[in-house]
Design a protein around this ligand. Structure first.
Ligand code: 4AD
Length: 464
């Protein structure tokens, strides 16, 4: 059987018109009257489905087909009939319909509109709905665009480990990995856990970031990026935090914070344009049903420069409006989502880089500025989401880095290899992390991170 995907019917309509095609998919809707019936069939290859027309005097199993439940998997062979006057440009007049997998009448996805909350409880079936089919196609296109962007710009794609012995962000939000008996681990004389009997003979965790290892690779290849799963045991019940998410982390040698920001802006614009070009139906759907201003906003992002302010300037702006905020802003406090949204939506109306944060609220590896108070950090904030990228120029000076590690109470023994980079041909370098799910939220207007991850892991959720 030569199978034609529905997307091909749309891209190759003129050539396939009048020909016999075979399509495979899942029944979205089915209705019949007397000797004529209609099936709306989707195969996931594109946003649109195809209408199958079946007639009693043309297929041998007409009555059987009329009894198919929504959700059934079928294989249809028939003529592609062009219908230029109708809403859909063509339909398939079936000569043969085979049920490959029947569905039962209690199929949880019926024609009515289901809430996103309900659909989360059936994550195994929701990819068959319009919203999730579109979301995960956009997700796929965005992932491809990221690889394409870095590839075209001469970056090497590197794989960093998922199990690590260091805490990159120093925030203690790590999931432990151990083969020790969790209820009764062996202990040393001082009562602490004896990891010498553990699989790796040391304390290890799932990675919160591949950055430190990416830095090693950048010191050999110049320009690298990672794109992999990342884990954080943060108990944030927010709409933009997941325990398992994907992060893209480029790292560039002989580069400073300005180079880093230029790269981030170019990448964001490239990926947005690519997704708008390759998923127009999906984006149009989101624009119509999820976020009315989506297309206009994405177009604006591609065609205008991002704004840029220092943290200190941002705090000055926010302080003037402190009465509007639940969390009052003062120099030294971290920016909350409400502040990020205010800056991007009320003040700038576009993506904005915020740079040079107080050293106390950022990670140990960020380069200390000459003022001794701030570090060369950058966050990219976007309307509707807030922080989507976090990055920095890295501290390349050995003594300054060692002092920062002491300030953060980090054990140098766990980072000897990281310090070696400063010993053997260290260079100025910078990088950033883009939260992939936040990017997909931005591209689709979907408000909750649980709805852009096929099988989300958040506190209390690991059902599927
Ligand atoms: O700002 P973060 O913590 O930066 C780092 O991890 C750096 N090591 C990156 C680097 O410089 N190479 O995280 C980067 C981005 C955030 O801006 C956010 O988009 C995303 O990762 N992120 C999360 N996304 C979903 N759920 C979470 N729990 C996230 N935590 C961070």
């Amino acid at each position: 059987m030569k199978r034609t995907e529905i997307t091909e019917l749309y891209s190759n309509t003129a050539e396939l018109g009048g020909k016999t095609v075979t399509v495979c998919g899942w029944v979205r809707t089915i209705r019949d009257s007397k000797a004529l019936g209609f099936i709306e069939l989707n195969d996931g290859s594109c946003f649109k489905g195809v209408q199958i027309v079946f007639e009693a005097d043309r297929i041998s199993n007409f009555t059987e087909v009329t009894k198919l439940n929504v959700g059934s998997a079928i294989v249809v062979t028939g003529e592609l009939v062009l219908t230029p006057q109708a809403k859909q440009p063509f339909e398939i007049h079936a000569d043969k319909i085979e049920a490959e997998g029947l569905s039962t009448p209690d199929y949880p996805l019926q024609k009515k509109r289901h809430s996103l909350e309900y659909l989360r409880t059936i994550a195994h079936l929701r990819p068959r709905t319009n919203t999730f089919s579109a979301a995960f196609r956009v997700r796929s296109a965005a992932a491809f665009a990221i690889h394409k962007f870095f590839n075209e710009n001469g970056f090497i794609y590197v794989h960093t480990p998922l199990i690590t012995g260091s805490d990159c962000e120093g925030a203690g939000e790590m999931f432990n990995v151990t083969t020790l008996d969790a209820d009764n681990p062996p202990r040393k004389e001082d009562g602490t856990i004896d990891y010498s009997q553990d699989f790796f003979q040391k304390h290890t965790s799932l990675t919160v970031s591949g950055q430190l290892e990416a830095e090693c690779m950048a010191m050999a290849f110049g320009k690298v990026y990672t794109f992999g799963p990342t884990f954080r045991a943060e108990k944030s019940y927010t709409q933009r935090h997941a325990a398992e998410f994907w992060m893209i982390e480029p790292e560039i040698a002989f580069a400073d914070l300005q180079d880093d920001m230029r790269l981030a802006e170019a990448m964001m614009k490239y990926v947005i344009q690519y997704v708008m070009d390759t998923c127009p139906d999906d984006i149009a759907f989101f624009n119509q049903f999820i976020d009315k201003g989506l297309v206009e906003r994405l177009n604006n992002v591609v065609h205008s420069d991002f704004a840029c302010v220092t943290y200190t300037e941002a705090v000055d702006i926010l302080k003037k409006n402190n009465d509007q905020f639940e969390y009052k802003v003062d120099w030294g406090t971290d920016l909350q989502t409400e502040h990020e949204k205010y800056l991007t939506e009320q003040v700038f109306g576009k993506p904005v880089f915020v740079t040079d944060y107080p050293k106390e609220i950022k990670a140990f590896y960020m380069r200390l500025n000459d003022d001794g108070k701030t570090v060369a950090a950058v966050d990219l904030l976007v309307p509707g989401i807030g922080e989507i990228i976090g990055g920095s120029q890295r501290e390349e000076r050995m003594e300054v880095l060692q002092q920062r590690m002491k300030d953060f109470k980090l054990n140098e023994d766990n980072y000897w290899w990281y310090l070696d980079l400063r010993r053997y041909g260290g260079t100025k370098h910078a990088g950033y992390g883009l939260g992939f799910e936040r990017l997909v939220m931005y591209l689709t207007g979907i408000a909750n991170i649980r709805d852009v991850l096929p099988f989300p892991r958040t506190t209390g959720t690991a059902e599927f």
